[in-house]
Design a protein around this ligand. Sequence first.
Ligand code: MG
Length: 229
Amino acid sequence: MIKAVLFDMDGVIYDSLPSHVRAWSEMAQKYDLVLAPNDIYLWEGRIGSSIINKLYQATYGHDATQQEINDLYAEKARLFSKYFNGQIIEGIRDVLENVKKLNLDMLIVTGSGQHGLIDKVTADFDGYFNRTKMITSFDVKVGKPHPEPYLTALRKAGVEACEAIVVENAPLGVQSAVAAGIYTIAVNTGPLPDDMLFEAGADVLYHDMPSLANHIAHIVEYLNTPQDA
Ligand code: MG
């Protein structure tokens, strides 16, 4: 039986990707780091230190030092806070409400280490999520696409992989959830092609949250039905 739904945050709860892209791009430009136009969408889900190492590898062929990681992430976080206006993804409240009606537990599993955004989600979605029901970059060592964040979330929720569903928007996030053995719904809220989400292992794909809100009860019912009956 399905007992919990695990939600990614950026691109699933918040319409924050354009602000992340802008903040990373300006930070990279300021420090003369190589960043291609779609890189941030392709790397979405990675924790900050992992993205900074990607930029250093592309520019210098080696990883950043811990001090460089701290300085650059602080600058990126500052720029993000300046640009992000708190916009939520259209239709996500209906998804959450429909999940709540099914009496399922709800957790957030994000690679984000943006304190402002992490505090905001508990305020914006009071009654749905709380800080004890969140896995952030502060709770993991490796981060997505490794299964670690979703495995940590399963432990926190006290459920097995077969008792959970993941909602993700990014290829590396889907990869992480699938590697943890969880049924994964992709909602393609960004500019990457659907194929990338299917190739990452998505079980089903929607193009927007209102469609998922209409179908979530059916998906849960389907997963709760013995398949070999
Ligand atoms: Mg995301």
